[in-house]
Ligand binder design. Sequence first.
Ligand code: GLC
Length: 539
Amino acid sequence: MAWWHGTTIYQVYPRSFADGNGDGVGDLRGLIAHLDHIRDLGAETVWVSPFFPSPQRDFGYDVTDYGSVAPEYGTLADADELIAQCHRRGMRVLFDLVLNHTSDEHPWFRESRRSRTNPRADWYVWRDGRGRHGRRPPNNWRSNLELRSAWQWSPGRGQWYLASFLPWQPDLDWRNPQVREAMFDVVRFWLDRGVDGFRLDMFGTVMKDEALRDNPFRPTLEDGDLPRLWRRPFNRNTEDNFTLARDLRAVTDAAPEPERILLGEVFGRSDELSGYLADGHGLHLVFLFDLLAFRYDAGFFRRLIAEHETAFPWPAQPAYALENHDQTRSIDLVGGDLRKARVLAVLLLTMRGVACVYQGQEIGLPNTYVPLRDARDPMVRELLWWLPEAVSRRLRRRVNRDEMRTPMPWTDAPGAGFCPDEVVPWLPIGHVPGRNVAAQAGREDSLLELYRRLLHLRGRARALREGTLRLLPTPRGVLGYARRGPAERWTVLANLTGRRARHQLTDRGELAVGTDPDVSVTGRDVRLAPHSAAVIGHR
Ligand code: GLC
């Protein structure tokens, strides 16, 4: 099997991982100095969120130059060094590519917005408006969170431009062959420097309906628990987007060995998203984000697994995460209960697919509360500034993305080992006793050591990474599945209830990893403590 098929990804948000030059902002030097943490943890692939030049209004997801490094993060030589240092440790590295939009300060857009006739006039999605004087947006598409139209009026051109996320992130027009070539060149630029692939930001919206048809109005609950008023057949997951996945694949396939990969950030139902894989000729992997919206409940996981088995049957691999730089820390979704966080770690790392761990998840880092008025996150500043603090404070799913982006705590020092103690970091550090790397390293019962044991087991046990999966009949509240490869077999059992549970295996097994000292396997008899899980090997 290809290297990526059974890999485990560790997501680094470089601004908050480690500050190498003491300015309170994480950087590439800091990341390089902490690569051993990721290697020792046992993750093989590092995905690094954007570090390219940017006004940092969306902290790098608003790029002004795809071919260099923002000075606050380092230099191009540091990026080369990052690639080399990952490879030296036998690891792979993925960069984060924002294909859908640029910053409005990108030279391409500055030129494009100037007139209807300049050489880059049609590099972005520009249209005349509707109605008298064209002052109504060209169609009914909504931007992020649906709170506004996706169209922005530009007095300079007397036209509208499309911005699917935030107003200053104009969408590139990928139907323009020059845009395609320019962006494919960006891909080639980093491939030539040795990167192992890309996480593709907002890939699902890159190719829009050619005629820009109105989306149908149909209220639903989707994308986790966000209510939506419009379906989006015309600006999301279009057939043309699946075709683009194939075209991009041809670009990465043309690079010399090892195989370079494409991991899409896409949203939608899993059966719809399998279109991106294009029977092995499209993206290598796509995130199935239904896990982000998990409920801590055996039934939820059973349904999720069953759905993935249908939509992404072996050898296709789903990719998933419990948290990321946009979504609530998972420990907070289980009420801070470390026993539950341990169960989640087992499920994440033994279900069938490519698992992604977000920095800090391995030490049970919770969200760090940041009031909306202090938010640096542009989603709050642009879209949610009106939300009363008293309401925001009570939301289970946090809306201020700052809260999951606070600095990685390496130690319990005032600067958490992230930055010098006397420096004020770009976001506040959440000093939670025991939730730092130094406090947990080497402590048998820590979450960090559990992640290590699981990742190292996953590294050795091919069946856990790439084997088939079969759901097992289990008592209520208990989830069980069997993983099978050519040479090994494993049983995973998780008790997601507050009561003890027992289970009879069909044949003898040995406990490889248990999340609780009260988990035991004797012959065929498995005993599970409340909120515990076991990975059991069979000879
Ligand atoms: C993706 C990123 C998010 C960013 C947005 C706009 O969803 O994960 O952080 O703000 O795209 O690029």
